[in-house]
Ligand binder design. Structure first.
Ligand SMILES: Nc1ncnc2c1ncn2[C@@H]1O[C@H](COP(=O)(O)OP(=O)(O)OP(=O)(O)O)[C@@H](O)[C@H]1O
Ligand SMILES: [Mg+2]
Length: 206
């Protein structure tokens, strides 16, 4: 499903700054329906790798393939749940979730139907018309998840989705995501720097 072939990434330093090599010869494969955790300390290049997997960032060497096709730009085949939510502050919860559907030119009725279903799925009933600053961090992360699921991607890329949440919310959201993924299995790449989470979270599906 996902093949990472000798991916390298060096950020150019620019005037007065050294180049920064972040990734060197990263090579792995993720099979269809597999859940892979990637663990590493802060600053080691996890987000950079995920952005490359999604086509948001070009590698400086090597290549990424999804179902045999080279990834060169973001596509609906994969979706990211970002570390810092990255919601549009000027859009409501519903509008944030519907954004990708509208870009993909889904008819308005289908957009509304899917958005309502996703709001139910992530437990945000009654908050569709709220703006991101009016909901909690855990709820914003649920919006991020709903937005990622909106186009029903084959591959879900999770970038420390629980990193900024308190322990209770984290556990609750872990259970909910595990429930959602066991009902609608996906190929998942899960980034964390927490060893327990890297092990516990995938096992929650079985
Ligand atoms: N656009 C960029 N330009 C230059 N350097 C960058 C850029 N993005 C990331 N870096 C650098 O690449 C390194 C890895 O960053 P990255 O965000 O991938 O780390 P991370 O493993 O996700 O860390 P964390 O666990 O703190 O989220 C860092 O040293 C960072 O400064
Ligand atoms: Mg990161």
């Amino acid at each position: 499903m996902l093949r990472v072939d000798d991916v390298c990434k060096t950020f150019a330093g620019g005037p007065g700054r050294d180049d920064l090599e972040v990734l060197r010869d990263i090579r792995f494969q993720v099979e269809n329906g597999e859940f892979v955790s990637i663990i590493g300390p802060s600053g080691c290049g996890k987000t950079t790798l995920l952005r490359i997997l999604h086509g948001l960032e070009p590698p400086t060497g090597g290549a990424v393939f999804v179902s045999g096709k080279r990834v060169e730009r973001p596509s609906p085949l994969s979706a990211i749940v970002f570390q810092q939510f990255n919601l549009f502050p000027w859009l409501t919860v519903s509008e944030n979730i519907a954004f990708g559907l509208e870009i993909a030119k889904f008819p308005a009725e289908e957009c509304n139907l899917r958005t309502d279903r996703l709001i139910d799925l992530v437990g945000l009933q009654g908050f569709g018309r709220h703006y991101p600053h009016e909901i909690s961090g855990g709820m914003q992360q649920r919006v991020g998840l709903a937005r990622a699921l909106a186009l029903d991607p084959d591959i879900l890329l999770l970038d420390e989705p629980f990193g900024s949440l308190d322990a209770i919310t984290r556990e609750q959201l872990q259970r909910e995501i595990a429930g959602i993924l066991s009902r609608s299995p996906k190929t998942v790449v899960f980034i964390t720097h927490n060893m327990d989470e890297a092990i516990y979270f995938p096992t929650a599906f079985w």
